[in-house]
Design a protein around this ligand. Structure first.
Ligand SMILES: CC(C)(COP(=O)(O)OP(=O)(O)OC[C@H]1O[C@@H](n2cnc3c(N)ncnc32)[C@H](O)[C@@H]1OP(=O)(O)O)[C@@H](O)C(=O)NCCC(=O)NCCS
Length: 451
């Protein structure tokens, strides 16, 4: 059957149109996965001040239109400080906590009111030529945060600084069910009728935990989390995040609070926490609608430790792959062969046992690499470990400037196709690999473009 491409009426080139179509198609599984999920998004006062902020609002509106239940928590630190400065005052901090006196509280109320109105205004935009044309978005705010005074600590009276006592989740759920976007300000209300200045991070954490949110998303200054050497960390387990927090200097100081918040949220029922750049236009959408994401994902740690294999892992790898070799799913590897190739393996380890493995064999001259011997122990399947091993191998390949990753498979074609691999012929294999191709086994070849 021949397919005719319709003229595009000069609006865009075919490559442009093809890119849009491909992106939309790739986003579809994520669109389905995110529908009816609850995301709590923490927007610092700096984020609100950013030039990019209207774009971020458009992206949040898009999430809302796709059925994501959104709770936004805004900060207002720079806006409060600006007002204090205008009155010749300064925010006072003691032991890292803000002291809110009566004058500071007046500035807090003024600043949070103004930021809230600014956000509500941006969500109201519906002009015909704007990205939000036709959207009718309702933003709800209210006395949803129940607070209590921080009180006197170390002899210091924190006055109108409060902490979260609880979140009125029943009210939040009612509004979310009605498809409103809920907007929380960094203030809380006590049953005595007082108003307190509460940290936005604390409110975001508490709201995410009490709602058992699917995601807590924190917009940060960096591309995500950086380690002590300044390297970007795409993914971190809860366990590792806790270990890093215990070792001073492992996490940059300005991100410690966010990682501690992530740990709290994950320990209290939130599925995943994402740290996403507030400076990169579209970073939020990339994080949520692409496989590789854009920021750092911190999750429950069902994913064990992925690491390069050592000679000590040979026994564990053999035990894992032997039954699959029996079934003809994997090619047989002798212990001797594995001992020489073990440096090319990555293993997933849990409690000292190898429960997953994969090998990466690069052919640097042709800029291609092979993914081989991917296996997850049957008891640990369907928890995205296979996915994680693949992502890990892809990052190894990218780091070595490999442009295409190929795999030979007899039983698992669809698994690879669903992850961006496309059917290919033996001809695409590098020469050295082609000569080793086993025609009797007749494996199918799949290739994924990494560039
Ligand atoms: C393929 C394999 C590594 C996936 O590991 P995993 O940790 O379960 O992977 P994930 O959790 O990321 O993916 C699970 C999904 O893959 C699907 N899947 C598993 N095996 C599949 C196969 N052979 N073909 C197509 N889809 C498959 C599961 O049904 C599940 O999809 P669902 O959530 O829509 O039901 C694992 O099933 C395995 O070890 N299989 C045997 C070895 C093998 O085939 N290796 C590939 C050698 S080329």
């Amino acid at each position: 059957m021949s397919v005719t491409l319709l003229p595009l009426e000069n609006t865009m080139s075919y490559p442009q149109a093809a890119t849009i179509i491909t992106s939309l198609r790739h986003a579809l599984p994520y669109i389905n996965a995110h529908r009816n999920r609850t995301f709590v998004v923490a927007l610092s006062g700096e984020t609100v001040q950013d030039n990019q902020f209207p774009h971020l609002i458009h992206d949040l509106a898009l999430l809302g239109s796709l059925g994501v239940r959104l709770v936004l928590v805004h900060g207002a630190r720079p806006q409060i400080e600006e007002r204090l400065r205008a009155r010749g005052l300064e925010m006072c901090y003691q032991h890292g906590l803000r002291v809110t006196d009566t004058q500071a509280l007046a500035c807090v109320l003024e600043a949070t009111g103004s930021v809230r109105a600014q956000i509500e205004g941006l969500f109201s935009l519906g002009l015909a030529n704007s990205p939000m044309a036709g959207a009718r978005i309702r933003v709800t705010s209210g006395n949803f945060v129940i607070a209590r005074p921080l009180g006197v600590r170390h002899g210091i009276d924190y006055q109108h600084t409060g902490e979260v006592r609880r979140i009125d989740t029943e009210a939040l759920r009612r509004h979310l069910n009605g498809q409103d976007i809920v907007l929380l300000s960094p203030i809380g209300y006590s049953p005595t009728g007082e108003v307190f200045n509460v940290s936005a991070e604390e409110i975001a954490m508490a709201a995410a935990a009490e709602l058992s949110a699917d995601k807590l998303i924190i917009l940060v200054d960096d591309p995500g989390l950086l380690d002590s050497e300044g390297h970007f960390v795409p993914r971190l387990t809860l366990e590792k995040a806790e270990a890093w927090l215990r070792q001073p200097g492992t996490i940059p100081t300005h991100l410690t609070k966010q990682v501690a918040g992530a740990v709290y949220a994950l320990r209290h029922g939130v599925d995943r926490v994402h740290l996403v750049s507030r400076h990169t236009d579209g970073a939020l959408l990339l994080e949520l609608f692409t496989r590789d994401g854009s920021g750092t994902l911190i999750d429950q740690g069902a994913y064990d430790d992925l690491r390069s294999a050592t000679i000590e892992d040979v026994g564990g790898i053999l035990a894992l792959i032997a039954p699959l070799e029996e079934q003809g799913i994997l090619v047989r590897r002798s212990r001797e062969r594995l001992e020489t190739e073990v440096g090319q393996f990555v293993v997933a380890e849990r409690d000292g046992t190898v429960i997953g493995c994969a090998a990466f064999l690069p052919f640097p001259e042709e800029r291609v690499g092979e993914l081989a011997c991917l296996a997850v122990h049957p008891e640990y399947r369907n928890q995205r470990r296979g996915d994680l091993l693949l992502t890990y191998i892809e990052s190894l390949a990218k780091a070595q400037s490999i442009q295409r990753l190929f795999v030979l498979t007899t039983h698992t074609a669809h698994w690879f196709q669903e992850r961006g691999f496309e059917p290919a012929t033996v001809d695409v294999l590098p020469v050295a690999r082609k000569t080793l191709y086993n025609w009797q086994r007749n494996s199918k070849v799949f290739v994924k473009n990494l560039s």
